[in-house]
Design a protein. Sequence first.
Length: 314
Amino acid sequence: MKIGITCIQLIRDIEHWRPAMEAAGFEVVVPEIPGQHLEGDALVAALEGCVGVVAGDDKFTADVIDRLELKAISKWGIGVDGIDRAHAAAMGVPVTNTPGAFDEEVADVAFGYIVMLLRQLHVIHEGVRDGGWPKPPGHSLGGLRLGVIGLGGIGRAVVRRGVVARMDVVGSDPMPESQVAAEADGCTIMEIDELIATSHVVSVNAPLNDSTRRLVNAERLQSMPAGGYLVNTGRGEVVDTVALAAVLRSGHLAGAAVDVLEEEPPGPDNPIRGIDTVIFGSHNASNTLEASARVHKRSIANLARELGVEIELP
């Protein structure tokens, strides 16, 4: 039974997991991934003859699904916005993921960005490395308002870190159960427009769907308090990149940290490149060895289950 592995993290560690997959009867195909993911003809060619895949951030459009012979798609990680799930369901192709796998890891990075921005640690680092001895004034975390957009597992983990740092933590989420859970962690619930307009730091942790695409738009960014900061460890398309670049260049916002972007990696003409008040990530907030090992096991087990194969994993 031929299966493909297109998740770059699992490809990195594949030799540890290959024996168990082969012992279960899988023929494991590991294509070359030149960037972060595959799409279109390249994805179809990579998975030719495969009945299942452990997928990364690949683009499984309706056209791609129709051209493949897949019986199951196991998404490595949480976000399934790159998969046309409605079409997959119509074609009888189950799609699984690994929710809750990276809550603490991504929250660690989000809060790390918050500390870096508020204390200007990146500016100090660059200055000392270049021979200087800069001492820019920062902001104390205690008492500042932290607004968390998206109160799923990651957002609530950010909330808990903000509460421990004695920040005034507010949050926004359309799901009542997420609101209740966040309140229990010490978060005050408010509507998104009030949250953005009153928060010195806004942390974006929302998934990408039709209701969140460019949720943080030009009008909302302009409504943030002058000198505020934005951190995005959710999905790039939740924030309007052009609008974010504009408010940063104007000086209205003092800085931003973006682990995710609408264009990944950003091309040379991307408006946010070259802005020295931005800390850039590489869509890597979840990538620890420990978390990866957990998700390798879950995603392989998910695929085996959907294909009706028993497997013993290390």
